[in-house]
Design a protein around this ligand. Structure first.
Ligand SMILES: Nc1ncnc2c1ncn2[C@@H]1O[C@H](COP(=O)(O)OP(=O)(O)O)[C@@H](O)[C@H]1O
Ligand SMILES: [Mg+2]
Ligand SMILES: [Zn+2]
Length: 512
């Protein structure tokens, strides 16, 4: 007898449908799995044998051939255990599925027949649901994330026996429900607030602009001036995510296996803060069973690189293309994968190795050569990806000791949300463009038009500071965001003048 059971595989952040076909014929007792199955799937045989036996079923003493279709696509992962076992039990007449063509099975099995959680359930369920599947048998621990998809019937399965009882109508498993409105909290609560930062008005303003237009930003200043503190507070002022953005982020975190328990939908933009000893692979992702790296885990949110010059050169190098493309490509023996990484890059650095260059009260012990060498650790091409560069100087004692509270994150976030809404509306007909930072050279002409006086201001700055063409387009984009924050349709002199200020490093390079 031949049985066909459906499950799914993963290609990047999307699922694809897989059919597990089992044929039982006379011959030497054996189990063979074919159809480009990876190591974990080959081992599935042994888990199937034991779990079947320990759940009160038996493996027929016959020749069992299991084919994973489509045979041309490489498959990897332990979540095929359950569909393989179900397929064998159906082929041997020990189990029957009422509606097999609309039913999907996902789950890893232990030797005793219990079912363990796996990664990537949400993207698999989404793809299957769009392919017409309606019933999903998934591990108990993954039921919350799967139930995010409205209309999908999610059955959490504890073990093989419970599944068999449900299918036989003996002991029905209740379909699992996740209350999305409960999960969706528009105003998340944070333990930190921008109001904690004293002084540093320019850096805070730059952070607000960066958040509004999703611009990459570099904070540069002596040690202890609050750079890390300011950057960490960025997540408190980021614009709200749309539901589609939440789903994308949640899919990636599901594949990485880092979805927080009890909050299956990620509603707050991610803020990833890898240590400076992170390898290139940790940032870009990869591995035998491929996993997204920091770049993709930060998708729709922030990648914060603190102490930027301390990062490996290779690791920084790997950021360049993904920052430009909004996706990261991983080459493997069997296939090439892409994960999205539409991120905001935030970097902080000291101006020199000892950290005191430019400090008001501490003395820099570095030589001019050492300072230059330190700064040159960050390649020009990476610097070119940064829209906003801002100085974070030493704070005056008066400012630090002042009891006066600055603006709270909630107030700033309101302005950021407003500015982002203007952009969403403006770019609603352009696929892939949500914010000013994503504008291409061609679009600048249309959306960042300058009046005569703004144009002549930019022209004279361009010549006086010796700016590059890239710096020119960055000034335009940042000025567009500053105008949006001001609710102004036109980009004026004042907007251009402020945007020019955020090209600090260009200016310093020119002067040196
Ligand atoms: N502007 C500031 N307002 C309030 N506290 C500050 C400020 N700058 C520094 N601090 C204090 O100094 C500590 C070190 O700041 P940090 O952000 O790590 O500096 P940096 O990253 O620039 O070296 C902070 O945890 C905070 O307690
Ligand atoms: Mg720091
Ligand atoms: Zn120094």
């Amino acid at each position: 007898m031949l049985s066909k059971i459906h499950t799914a595989g993963l290609m990047g952040i999307d699922g694809f449908m897989v059919e597990v076909q089992t044929d039982i014929s006379n011959g030497m007792p054996s189990i063979e799995i074919i159809g480009l199955a990876g190591m974990a799937i080959k081992e599935s045989k042994e888990r199937t044998r034991s779990s079947v036996k320990n759940s009160g079923f038996s493996i027929p003493q016959k020749r069992i051939t299991i084919n994973m279709a489509p045979a041309a696509t490489h498959k990897e992962g332990s979540h095929y255990d359950l569909p393989i076992t179900v397929s064998v039990l159906c082929a041997s007449g020990q189990l029957s599925i009422p509606d097999p063509d609309h039913t999907l099975f996902i789950g890893e099995m232990a030797l005793d027949g219990s079912i363990s959680p796996v990664t990537g359930v949400l993207p698999m369920v989404i793809s299957a649901f769009t392919n017409g599947f309606t019933k999903f048998f998934v591990p108990v621990e993954n039921a919350d994330e799967a139930a995010i998809i409205e209309g999908a019937e999610i059955y959490p399965v504890k073990n093989l026996r419970a599944l068999a009882d449900h299918l036989a109508g003996l002991n029905k498993i209740q379909a699992h429900k996740t209350d999305i409105s409960e999960l969706y909290k528009a105003n998340p609560e944070f333990m930190i607030d921008l109001a904690d930062v004293k002084g540093q008005a320019q850096a805070k303003r730059a952070l607000e602009i960066a958040a509004s237009g999703s611009h990459n930003i570099l904070l540069c200043g002596p040690a202890g001036t609050g750079k890390s503190m300011i950057a960490q507070r960025l997540c408190t002022i980021l614009p709200d995510m749309t539901f589609d953005e939440m789903l994308e982020v949640t899919k990636i975190h599901s594949i990485a296996g880092i979805l927080p328990e009890k909050s299956p939908l990620i509603t707050v933009r991610p803020f990833r803060n890898p240590h400076n000893n992170a390898s290139a692979a940790a940032l870009s992702g990869g591995g035998k069973v491929p996993k997204p790296g920091e770049l993709s885990l930060a998708h729709n949110g922030v990648l914060f690189l603190d102490e930027l010059p301390e990062f490996n050169r290779d690791a920084l190098e790997v950021l360049r293309q993904p920052l430009e493309d909004g996706r990261v490509t991983i080459s493997r023996v069997n296939a090439t994968l892409t994960y999205p990484c539409n991120i905001m890059l935030v970097c902080a650095m000291n101006p020199c190795k000892c950290g005191n260059y430019g400090s008001r009260n501490k003395i820099c012990t570095c030589t001019q050569r050492e300072i230059e060498r330190y700064r040159s650790r960050i390649s020009g091409p990476l610097m070119d990806r940064i829209d906003i560069q801002v100085d974070v100087p030493s704070v005056e004692y008066n400012e630090l000791s002042s009891a006066k509270k600055g603006e709270s994150s909630a107030i700033v976030r309101e302005r950021v949300n407003k500015a982002r809404k203007i952009q969403t509306e403006r770019y609603k007909d352009i696929p892939g463009i949500n914010s000013n930072s994503q504008l291409t050279a061609g679009m600048l002409q249309k959306y960042c038009r300058l009046d005569k006086s703004a144009d002549s201001l930019l022209r004279s700055a361009f010549n006086a500071l010796g700016l590059s063409a890239r710096a020119h387009s960055k000034i335009l984009k940042v000025a567009r965001t500053i105008a949006d924050l001001a609710g102004s349709e036109n980009i004026t002199d004042a907007h251009i003048a402020e945007a020019i200020q955020y090209r600090n490093m260009d200016r310093q390079r020119h002067i040196q």
